[in-house]
Structure formats: structure tokens, C-alpha cells
Design a protein around this ligand. Sequence first.
Ligand code: BES
Ligand code: MN
Ligand code: ZN
Length: 484
Amino acid sequence: MNFELKALSQDAMGRQKTDVLLVFLTTAFKPGKDALSKLIAGVLKSEDLANVAGQVLDIHRPNGLACSRLVLLHTGDGVQADVRKAVAAGVALLKPSKPAHVTLFFTENPTAQTVRVAVTVFADSSYAYTTTKTKAEGRSISRMTLVVGSDMSVKSDFDRAVAAVNGIELAKEWGNRPANHATPRQLAEAARGLAKFSRIKCQVLGPKEVAKLGMGAFEAVAMGSDEPLRFIVLSYNGAAKSSRPTVLVGKGITFDSGGISIKPAPEMDEMKFDMCGAASVLGAFRAVAELQPDINVVGLIPACENLLSGRSVKPGDVVTSMSGQTIEILNTDAEGRLVLCDALTYAERFKPRAVIDIATLTGACVIALGGVRSGVFSTDDELSGALVRAGVSAHDLCWPMPLDDDYAEGLKTNFADVANVAGRPGGAITAAKFLQRFVSKYPWAHLDIAGTAWRSGAAKGATGRPVGLLLDYLMATALSGKKE
Ligand code: BES
Ligand code: MN
Ligand code: ZN
């Protein structure tokens, strides 16, 4: 989709050709002398549209306006939640006819926040997955114009939102692809593709290199599959070499069957989404590539399948991680922490200012927080606070979770330094406690996105979260770095 921001008077906008004009009005609406004003005033007077949030009126070939179709959407007092709902409702109304060019106009000059909401909600609601469908979708909404009055001060917010959308859509695309169309090798190719952008480099390691690094935990997960593992290293260099990077680590299990500790059949297809952490790293890089901030970022993706075969790792097997710690694999379905722990050790070599891992790690986190907020676990209050704030500004929420040492009790075993599972209680936290054993060298945060990375049911599909959160977090580090 092509997004553009235009400054036009209300009168000039009414004379612009577009397939659909979406007009968002508030209770504060004061009519001017232009055709659109007259039309809205008449509509309100006749009470064809009540002067409250949620009201919608769809008009074909409106008199005196150049658009083919006009949709009036009432946002009440224009609070964010009502604007979100109205933009989504507007797109839902248009989706069946798929007009090529849609123009958005707010009767009250939109704030920076409204501009971001308009772009991101519009893109989210109009997104459609097509890669493995043969039926041509035909037309699609291909162009969106956001009209503001004379004030172009929201341009940087608009650009940020468009970059976020491009990252989110990349994350959705890779999340949604079936596992046989998103293998570790294909994921690595997608990462390599990002190296076409300025300041981005990509290096891909295979089984031999990973063995040489001593990543025994990662190797143990990959062992049961015929698909070779990949360890993807992305870097974005926007600052001096001496400037410590933020490292993003994304769980890249392209399919999680559970391994020998096999999962039940119902909904197992959804385990193609078990690489959404990896997809969010690709998405964040895509967005950063567009905005070119003065920061350094590293992306690490351990990618493999978790399958069953004669070569699979077995419950009770003990493996040696890259850190040297031995791990008793009591449950082969707790594989995310195994691939992540070696990536977290690898991260040390970048002397990071902070490391954030992103993972569809535990069903327990879905039970704890549902699909509204991701869980954030951190050894650093400042980092945790910054992530929570980025979640608010990007409308991609997360919530702090505890890391008390008492939660690690269940990870003790007689046969290795640590077991990969504890009991069922506090499962999201015990998983984080396992990871914490590998992050002593830098400030660390872990985002459990098991509940937020995709939706189930009729609307099944990747959400592209938490790309928005990550982008806002990274952009904020660029700002605070400048203040120093
Ligand atoms: N990828 C799953 C977590 C998951 C499950 C995410 C369901 C979203 C929905 C992860 O690898 C896993 O299987 N975790 C186990 C851990 C358990 C064996 C300690 C889980 O949550 O059941
Ligand atoms: Mn699993
Ligand atoms: Zn998993």
C-alpha cells in the first residue's frame, strides 16, 4: 500500500478525485462554507447521522464533491479508542468493494497520535494474506491519502507510522506462511533480503558453524528434523562502531510439534506461528531500515523445526549449552528456551547496551495475560519501564512480570546444572528464570508474546506484534542517546 500525507484546505480536498473519502467528525464540528461542510451540516440537522460516536453514514456520489463515495464516521469527542474503532469500521465497510484509492480526512486537525492511529489501524484492517492462495484477489486498496489542514508538523509521526506498518506487514507475512513455506532456510533468505537496505548486513550460520560455537542446546532442538537449522545474524549500523548496540533475539521455531513430548493434535497447526518472535525481529529491522536512526542494532534468530524422528532429543537427555552450563531436557516441548539460551550467550560478543528476546514462549503466558498484553520480564527496571512506555505509545501493550529467585526452585535437577522445565504453576515465569541464567553480562528483557503474536479462530492470523513496540523502543533510544 502506498501512503501519502497531503496538506489541503477542506474546500480543496472536496475537489480532489478519490474513490472513497472517509470523513471522521467529532461533536466539536463547526461547518464552514465549503460543499463538505454543507453536506455534513445537513446530515446532522436531518438526524440521518446522530451526533455520537460509532455512527456511520455511507453516501454514493455526494453532491458537490469529487469523490465517488463518501463515508461519514462519527468519533464522538475524538478520543483514541473511538478513532481506532471508526477507522476499523470504515475499512470493514470498504473491504468487499476494494476501492483503489481511499482518502482520510479529520474535521478537527489530527494530533500526532491520531495520525499514527489512522495509518496503523487502516493498514491493519485492510491487510490480507495471499501468498499461498491461488485465487487472484483482484483489486485491493492500493493507495491511502491522509489529508491534514495546513499543518504538516505531523509528518515525522506519519513517516514513523508508515515504517511501522511496513515492518508489521513483513512480520505478519512470515508469521502467516505455513511451515513448509517458511523453513529455517527460507527465513534466512528473508533476512538476507533485508541487507539490500542501507546500513543493514546479514550473516547466516549453518549446522557446522553452530556446532563449532558449541551451541548444544540449540542443536538438540534441531536434531529431530531433516530441515537444517539456521542461525541468522542481522546488523543495522547507524552509529559509530563504539556505540553499544541493542540486541534483539527472536525465537525462530518454524514449527513446534513438541518433539517426543508431542503436542495434542487440535490446533497444532498454530505452531507454525512459533517463529513470530523471529518475524518481529525481521519486521523491526525493516522499519529501522526505513527510518535510518543513529543507533546500532543487532538481530539474532536461532531458526529450526521441533520435530520427532529417530534422531530427536529425548526426555532426560542432558546437553551442554554454549555457556558451558549443562541442561537436562525433561520436556522436549520446552524448546524455545533451549534455542534462546545459546543465542543469548552469543549476544555477549556484541557488548550490548541491552538485549531483548522476543518469543512465543509459554502457553502459561496466554493464561496469565490473554491476547491483550505481552509479558515483559527484566533484570533492569529502566529497560522494563522503557518497553512498557513504548508499548503504550505504539498501542502494542506489555505488562511487567516478576523474576523472584524462588520461582527457579523447580528448575533444580540431580542430573545437570539446570532442568528445562519446572512444574505447571507460574510457567511463564519459570521459563524466564531459565533464560535469566544466561544473561549475566548485560541488561536484559524477555517479551513473552505467546498470547499476542497471533489470533485464533475465524480471524486466525499473525498480528505483527510486537514490531510497533520494538520500533518505538529503538527510536526512543536514538533520542536519549543524543541527549547524553
Ligand atoms: N511454543 C510453545 C508455547 C505456546 C503454546 C505458545 C501455546 C502459544 C500457544 C512452547 O514451545 C511450548 O510448547 N511451551 C510449553 C512449555 C511447557 C512444556 C513447560 C507450554 O507452554 O506448554
Ligand atoms: Mn514447545
Ligand atoms: Zn515453541
